[in-house]
Design a protein. Structure first.
Length: 245
C-alpha cells in the first residue's frame, strides 16, 4: 500500500509537465506525418498489398525507433527524475514516512508508465493512420483484419529495447543535479551509437538496441541483462549516497 501511495504521489507531479506533453506530441508526430501523406496522395493501407498491417507497423516504427523514440525516452526519464532538483524537494521527499527503496522504485515506476503511455499514443496513431484514409477513400475497412497478436508482440519487444536507456538515464539523473548532464550524455550515447551502427560490436552500446531491433529483429538478451545490471548499480548508489539531493 505504501508503494501505491508513493507511486500515486509521483504520478501527480507529472501532470501537465513537459514529460506528459512530450509523450502526447511525440507519440502522434510520426503517425500525423503519414496521415497527411495518405490524405494528400489519396493513399490507403491497402496500397501496401498482402501483409499490409505488418508493413505499416514496421515502417512507422522504423521511422520512430532510430532516433525519436530513444531521444524521447532520454528526455522524459531525465525530466521526471530531475523534478526534485528543480523544485529543491529531495530533502523534503526523504523526510516522508517511506523507505528509500519505495521512493526509488516508485519514481522509476512512473517513468515506465510514462513510456507505456507514449507507446499507447503511438499505436493509436498507427491505427488512425490506417483506418481514417481507408474510410475516406474506400468507404470501408482495410482488406486485412488487424493482427493484434503481432502488434502486442512487436510493441513488447521494442519496449524491452528501451529499458537499458531508461535505466542509464535514471542512474545519471539521480546522481547529477544539472539537468544538462543526463541529456548531454544520453544525446552523445545515441548519436555515437547511430554513427557506429556498421560496427559489428555496436551491441555493446545500449543506445543502439531500438534501431538494431526494428531493422534486424533477432532475439537478444542484451537489453534485459543491461537493464538488470544498471538498475542494481543505480539502486546501490542511491542507497549509499550520503547526500541525496
Amino acid at each position: 500500500m505504501m508503494f501505491v501511495n508513493s507511486f500515486r504521489s509521483e504520478w501527480i507531479k507529472t501532470k501537465r509537465s513537459a514529460a506528459s506533453w512530450l509523450c502526447l506530441i511525440g507519440g502522434f508526430f510520426i503517425p500525423l506525418i503519414y496521415m497527411i501523406i495518405f490524405l494528400k496522395d489519396g493513399g490507403t493501407l491497402d496500397t501496401y498489398g498482402p501483409g499490409m498491417w505488418q508493413k505499416h507497423f514496421t515502417q512507422l516504427w522504423q521511422n520512430m525507433a532510430v532516433f525519436l523514440l530513444p531521444m524521447g525516452v532520454i528526455l522524459a526519464s531525465s525530466l521526471i527524475t530531475q523534478m526534485e532538483y528543480k523544485n529543491n524537494t529531495w530533502k523534503q521527499l526523504h523526510t516522508t514516512p517511506q523507505s528509500y527503496t519505495t521512493i526509488f522504485f516508485a519514481k522509476f515506476g512512473v517513468i515506465l508508465v510514462m513510456t507505456f503511455k507514449f507507446f499507447l499514443f503511438f499505436n493509436i496513431g498507427i491505427l488512425l493512420t490506417a483506418y481514417i484514409p481507408t474510410l475516406i477513400f474506400k468507404g470501408g475497412l482495410p482488406a486485412e483484419s488487424l493482427p493484434i497478436g503481432y502488434f502486442l508482440e512487436g510493441n513488447a519487444k521494442i519496449f524491452a529495447t528501451c529499458l537499458p536507456v531508461l535505466a542509464i538515464q535514471y542512474l545519471i539523473s539521480l546522481n547529477f543535479k544539472n539537468f544538462l548532464v543526463p541529456i548531454g550524455i544520453g544525446l552523445l550515447g545515441l548519436i555515437g551509437s547511430l554513427i557506429g551502427m556498421p560496427w559489428k560490436y555496436i551491441y555493446i552500446s545500449p543506445y543502439s538496441y531500438c534501431a538494431l531491433y526494428v531493422f534486424n529483429p533477432k532475439p537478444s538478451h542484451y537489453p534485459v541483462i543491461y537493464f538488470a545490471a544498471i538498475m542494481l548499480l543505480s539502486y546501490y548508489l542511491y542507497l549509499t549516497k550520503k547526500e541525496k539531493g
